[in-house]
Ligand binder design. Structure first.
Ligand code: NDP
Length: 307
């Protein structure tokens, strides 16, 4: 298969699906720009070189409207797709349609990975793992024991906050433009924070007792477009140890430029995308994520025109 040209399939294609072999799929709306098919098919091709089990595995993409998600998930299960990835806007909708949920994914309230079981779908969320692995790989830092300043309170921020708390960060400071969304996030993480101190604040007025040496993580979508405002003014914070932006397209957001100007270590979200993907494949294949991540990274970088 020409990985670069994997076609965008529809619900009708799924209803008519009769391809032999082991199938995996990503569902999104829109799905055209997803790098997941290239990453996964590159990893599967590499695995198939030494393990014939993977010779018949394929990863395809479906454009599915949110209204059609329940039917699509039923069809994928009936046709015995081994695994499914979910991207915007399906992660939260799918959470209510799984038969079993990974305990680590429950507080997030969203799933990005489903594994076929006789009883129905087993749901996981690998975004938090992807974040932790990416921060370690790109910045050489651990979430465990670190003060964290998390920007955003949407779906990605929720996953990041849960991961930081489950890994026992030193403290968690969440900034969000809209107070209501922030309060919802704080209410969700309260029960799992244990004795880790957590706080919410407006990015326009950072509190004076923010710790120095924090890892700043951008989980807002501010920075996707050139005209977007900065999610926070780095000059208004005590000097962080590093800045991680979940956005990878564009590769350098205004926030990362500001970090570079201040001489701070910084990284974009491409490695996070890679590691969440490798963890999904581990759930389906049993192959450790660390084994497939380098191939996925090379495929993602090639797809983005990087070498
Ligand atoms: P949501 O729509 O759920 O949340 C968006 C968040 O961004 C909210 O907190 C929102 O604040 C904030 N926001 C949006 N626009 C602005 C703005 N102009 N100024 C300040 N804040 C703003 O999106 P997700 O949580 O799903 O995704 C967030 C980002 O993370 C996206 O850019 C996505 O691409 C990226 N991501 C990357 C991944 C990776 O693997 N690298 C994985 C998952 C996500 P408010 O509540 O005030 O509206």
């Amino acid at each position: 298969m020409n990985i670069a040209d994997a076609p965008v399939l529809t619900l009708a294609d799924l209803a008519a699906w009769s391809r032999p072999g082991t199938a995996l799929a990503v569902l999104g709306h829109p799905i055209k720009h997803s790098l997941s098919p290239r990453m996964h098919n590159a990893a599967l091709a590499e695995l198939a070189r030494t393990d014939t089990r993977f010779a018949t595995w394929q990863y395809v993409r479906f454009e599915i409207h949110p209204d059609d998600l329940p039917r699509a998930l039923d069809l994928l299960h009936a046709k015995k797709f081994r695994g499914v990835n979910l991207t915007v806007p399906h992660k939260i909708i799918a959470f209510d349609r799984v038969a079993e949920i990974d305990p680590a994914a429950r507080p997030v309230g969203a799933v990005n990975t489903l594994r076929w079981t006789e009883r129905g779908w087993h749901g996981f969320n690998t975004d938090g793992y992807g974040l932790a692995a990416a921060v370690r790989e790109t910045l050489g830092l651990d979430l465990t024991g670190a003060p964290i300043v998390l920007l955003g309170a949407g779906g990605a921020a929720r996953g990041a906050a849960v991961e930081c708390l489950q890994r026992r960060c030193a403290s968690l400071w969440v900034a969000n433009r809209t107070r209501e969304t922030l309060d919802t996030l704080l209410a969700i993480i309260g029960p799992i924070a244990s004795d880790v101190p957590f706080h919410g604040f407006s990015p326009a007025t950072p509190p004076t007792d923010l710790p120095a040496g924090a890892i700043v993580i951008n989980a807002t979508s501010a920075g996707l477009r050139p005209e977007d405002p900065m999610p926070i003014d780095l000059a208004a914070l005590p000097r962080p140890v590093a800045v991680f932006d979940m956005i990878y397209n564009p590769p350098q957001t205004g926030l990362l430029r500001a970090a570079a100007d201040r001489g701070l270590p910084h990284a974009n979200g491409l490695a996070m995308l890679v590691h969440q993907g490798a963890k999904s494949l581990e759930h389906w294949s049993g192959i450790p994520a660390g084994q497939t991540a380098p191939t996925m990274a090379a495929a993602a970088r090639a797809a983005r025109g990087l070498t």
